[in-house]
Design a protein around this ligand. Structure first.
Ligand SMILES: Nc1ncnc2c1ncn2[C@@H]1O[C@H](COP(=O)(O)OP(=O)(O)OP(=O)(O)O)[C@@H](O)[C@H]1O
Ligand SMILES: [Mg+2]
Length: 500
């Protein structure tokens, strides 16, 4: 696929979005996918105030920055593309943001969004390309995309103004809009199995409520995806969705992180908004809640029970209106028995519970998921659309996927990056997948009672024999497929007493 084709669909999607907030969100996602950047911010430029405003920053909050600080602002003010290969060496780079967030910026590509009349309506900023610096090609792609984005933003701003002028929006329009946004998030949750269908139906049923939800399931089963589905299908859809990873939260920081700090607690300390207040009106996603220490659980409980927060150094509790969606891959019921999780907190967060299925339990969904990931990553990596050969799909479907959908997605990503042709066939697949399949497919008697050495020898023998048969005993090629040197293979043949 050439660049123009790769841009075609994203541009069409952008041009069909008429609402500002979803448009900004869409732009962010599309640019991320087009450039393979770690972080993307799309800013509106307010010339009068000399500010850049973003709806989607690290945490989905609306933030406004002084356009005179930093690279994105410079792109807007100078009306030119800025491609930075080493942020810390660049005189315009504003290090404060990194030091506040702990994020490490390396490369930046900032492109102004210019309307046909030449006004800069905003800036697209991509940070940390996943491989190397942003290339000449990336610059061209983002500049083309930004030109279209500028028009789409102008249109949506215009519609916004018209709507405001018309007085109150008709409730029907608003409802329609809500449903459309919600549907697009539900479409991200792929699967036809009864388990996935039940989850999608439940999200739909909860649409009018703001009830707290606990999502439990193994790692990589889509818990965060479901949390987003819940938020964007609720009346809070146009308020912040904020995710907090509890596992990454040290005990001594939990209060400032969650409740914020009042100005002047100590000299030089500025007021800082905690997550609870930042998510006000919206949803706070407490990820890995099972990893909170007991003392942290106690701290969080009061805020959840009373829906008020006490800023560090503050004098009066501040009411907050938030919906809590929590997720964990731990068995909280067992954790309560083991006295490492508070039962009162558990009852508080588990008003509704959703269990995400392990991928091996919904093997019928593997083909749709695999194809979904394939289409997604072919688009992201800008390569021609590929397909799975039936035999390859069969192997994917028979593998046990201990890392669930995330592992499947990573395997598909690897395949998109490594397979040249249009068709992904059996021999392209990772060997671990094949081995498991060989074992399950041939219905090998259970390994119970055997030593690990015996089992490993058995697997090695099968893999080697398969590879040698495939290449008619060409040891060089067989070794290559197995990830061995020719000598390494010869040694194994001797040890395992394999002969032609
Ligand atoms: N049903 C699904 N449909 C489409 N994509 C899915 C589905 N389930 C998972 N994924 C994808 O798999 C990846 C992992 O999902 P997610 O991060 O939501 O999992 P998680 O349960 O939060 O994992 P962890 O416990 O490790 O944080 C994501 O890229 C997500 O989009
Ligand atoms: Mg997660």
């Amino acid at each position: 696929m050439n660049d123009r084709q790769a841009l075609f669909e994203p541009i069409r999607r952008v041009n069909s979005e008429r609402e500002l907030a979803p448009l900004m969100n869409l732009l962010t996602c599309e640019i991320k996918a087009l450039l393979g950047a770690d972080l993307v911010s799309v800013f509106l430029f307010d010339q009068e105030k000399c500010e850049l405003c973003s709806f989607i920053s690290l945490d989905n909050q609306k933030i406004c920055l002084d356009a005179r600080l930093g690279i994105a602002g410079a792109a807007a003010l100078r009306q030119e593309t800025i491609n930075v290969t080493d942020a810390y060496e660049h005189p315009l780079f504003y290090k404060e943001v990194d030091s506040r967030t702990g994020y490490r910026t390396k490369t930046i590509l900032a492109v102004p969004m210019k309307s046909l009349r030449g006004d800069v309506v905003g800036v697209c900023e991509a940070i940390n390309k996943q491989a190397g610096p942003f290339t000449r090609e990336d610059v061209e792609i983002l500049e083309t995309f930004a030109a279209h984005a500028a028009n789409a933003i102008e249109t949506s701003l215009l519609i916004d103004t018209l709507k405001k002028a018309r007085g109150r929006n008709e409730p029907k329009d608003e409802l329609q809009r809500r449903i459309e946004i919600g549907q697009s998030y539900l479409r991200n949750i792929v699967g036809m199995s009864p388990q996935i269908q039940a989850i999608v139906r439940l999200i739909d049923q909860l649409r009018e409520s703001s009830v707290d939800v606990l999502i439990q399931g193994e790692s990589g089963t889509g818990k965060e995806l479901i949390a987003q589905g819940l938020h964007y299908n609720s009346p809070r859809y146009n308020q912040p969705f904020l995710a907090l990873n509890c596992a990454a939260l040290p005990d001594n920081l939990i209060e400032t992180e969650l409740y914020g700090i009042e100005k002047g607690v100590a000299t030089g300390v500025d007021k800082r908004l905690g997550k609870f207040e930042a998510a006000n009106g919206g949803t706070l996603f407490l990820d890995e809640i099972g990893d909170l220490s007991l003392s942290a659980q106690a701290k969080i409980l009061r805020a959840l029970q009373e829906r008020v927060v006490d800023r560090v150094g503050g004098h009066k509790p501040i009411p907050v209106d938030i919906r809590i969606v929590a997720a964990t891959n731990k068995n909280l019921e067992q954790a309560i028995k083991d006295r490492v999780f508070r039962d009162d907190l558990y009852y508080r967060i588990s008003v509704v519970r959703i269990q995400t299925p392990a991928l091996r339990d919904i093997a019928q969904d593997i083909p749709v998921l695999a194809n979904h990931f394939l289409a997604k990553h072919c688009a992201v990596m800008k390569v021609e659309t590929k397909q799975f050969a039936p035999a390859a799909m069969n192997i994917l479907q028979n593998y046990s996927w201990p890392g669930n959908a995330r592992q499947l997605e990573n395997e598909v990503k690897r395949l998109v990056a490594s397979v040249r042709g249009k068709t992904i066939s059996e021999e392209h697949l990772d060997l671990t997948a094949k081995v498991t399949q060989t074992i399950t497919q041939e219905n090998t008697p259970s390994y119970e009672g055997k030593t690990i050495d015996a089992v490993v020898n058995d697997i090695e023998r099968r893999m080697i024999q398969n590879a040698l048969n495939k290449y008619h005993w060409n040891k060089q090629r067989a070794a290559q497929e197995l990830g061995l040197s020719r000598q390494g293979l010869v040694k194994k043949l001797k040890r395992l007493a394999i002969t032609r």
